[in-house]
Design a protein around this ligand. Structure first.
Ligand SMILES: [Zn+2]
Length: 443
């Protein structure tokens, strides 16, 4: 028989040898002698009882409790377990955790000095830092507040925080996620997909969505897990979705049921009767300009962009001039009425805008060389189609998009958007209505 002293010395030796390999492995924290699903100090009692001959261990309990893997559950395991318990109780939370039980559902990203939590109810995230001593946590919030809690680990994938004086919150491990700010998708979006048109408002790490025209909102907070978008709803349900960025203003989300929804950034602002979508002034059949809107000519930015484009065209041996630039409300009114008198209203609407609906009133649009079919197929038409985006313009009424723009193909009509946006629209292959997910229809 070993003397008690010798037993302890041996056990200590075993601990030293085994610790190095086992402490790094979170799974080794799992022991469940009383089979209640968690590894905690109640297991210490169960193991003690067993070793003292006061109880038995079921096979699973026996297997999970053979911590040093020598095929037996004995006092060596007891000593290891005590050590693990000690380390475990002092373990700091790390990674992404979904919490519930105190302030509804919220997620916590434990990441040392850059931690944050975000309740699904408000979606407003709060940054915090924390320090830990034993099982006591002290949080210091970016809002200026502080909070204290004690931590109790239930397993390596679950712990509880007992917030001083306010209640208990249970945390479930989500993953070792890292917040990546390149995935900021703040903004207002219109979507299209199986659910029809929906509107999403996303602000920092939260958002809500509703069906177009409905006020019934579903609120969520979100984070990115590698490339996947994870939505955490107020009821605690989690949707892990595929996420594909298309360009600055578009992305698609593939929901857990595999349906795909396309998101289009679209924030609408109406100022003095003028509609701006994502800051882009819109004049089409849906959106009219007031009679009072009269820049009096091309805007200086549009003019400068045209001059740059013309210089480049000239250098390429391409003739270019403006055959029609700015047109006032009253001039457009005259034009349109003449066309109606000649061809009838239905026909006139396919090629001429009603007063207030003409892009020429914006001071941002112009017709190049010939505003009729004689322009088709000319070297200038080809050059314009290939190059105008480089100077901030788009062909506003492209071929094949007639039913969306509401106008026949007009290779001569260009619209100034600025270089960045013109490039995006050009590369998307979409017309401006599609790009912004808006309509062009007289009401
Ligand atoms: Zn035009």
């Amino acid at each position: 028989m070993f003397s008690p002293k010798k037993l302890i010395a041996l056990a200590a030796g075993a601990v030293i040898t085994l610790c190095a390999s086992l402490t790094a492995d979170a799974a080794s924290y799992r022991y469940d002698y009383n089979m209640d699903g968690v590894s905690d100090s109640a297991d210490l009692q169960a193991l003690g009882d067993y070793l003292l001959g006061r109880g038995t261990l079921e096979k699973d309990a026996y297997d999970s409790g053979d911590l040093n893997g020598d095929g037996k559950v004995n006092v060596y395991d007891l000593i290891l377990m005590r050590q693990y318990n000690e380390e475990f109780s002092q373990k700091a939370p790390k990674g992404m955790w979904i919490a519930s039980g105190y302030d509804g559902v919220r997620y916590f990203w434990w990441n040392g000095d850059k931690s944050l939590f975000c309740p699904a109810s408000t979606g407003v995230s709060t940054d915090f830092t924390f320090t830990q001593e034993g099982s006591s946590l002290s949080l210091s919030l970016s809002t200026g507040g502080t909070a204290a809690a004690s931590i109790k680990w239930l397993s390596d994938k679950s712990f509880q925080l007992n917030w001083s004086g306010t209640g208990t919150e249970t945390f479930t491990y989500y993953g070792s996620y890292k917040i990546n700010t390149t995935y900021d998708i703040s903004g207002k979006y219109a979507t299209s997909g199986k659910y029809g048109e929906r509107w999403f408002v996303i602000d920092k790490l939260s958002g809500d969505h509703r069906k177009a025209g409905s006020n019934d909102r579903s609120y969520f907070s979100y984070f990115f897990d590698s490339g996947d978008l994870v939505l955490v709803y107020r009821d605690g349900s989690i949707s892990k979705c595929g996420f594909t960025r298309i360009d600055r203003d578009h992305f698609t989300v593939t929901w857990p049921n595999k349906t795909t929804e396309k998101f289009t950034r679209r924030s609408v602002e109406v100022k003095d009767g003028i509609t701006y979508i994502n800051g882009i002034l819109i004049a089409n059949k849906t959106y009219a300009l007031p009679e009072s809107y009269a820049p009096g000519g091309l805007t200086s930015e549009t003019n400068a962009a045209y001059n740059e484009m013309k210089a480049a065209a000239t250098a390429d041996g391409i003739p270019m001039w403006i055959c029609s630039g700015y047109r006032s409300y009253s001039y457009q009114s005259q034009l349109y009425n003449n066309y109606v008198a000649r061809d009838g209203k239905e026909k006139a609407d396919t090629y001429s805008a009603r007063p207030g609906h003409s892009e020429h009133q914006t001071g941002l649009a112009m017709d190049i060389n010939y505003a009729d079919d004689s322009f088709l197929g000319t070297p200038t038409a080809d050059w314009l189609a290939k190059n105008c985006w480089k100077y901030g313009f788009i062909i506003r009424y492209p071929k094949g998009k007639e039913s969306i723009t509401g106008y026949k193909y007009e290779p001569w009509h260009v619209r100034y958007l600025g270089k960045e946006t013109a490039k995006l629209v050009y590369e998307s292959g979409l017309c401006l209505e599609e790009y912004l997910m808006i309509t062009s229809k007289y009401s």
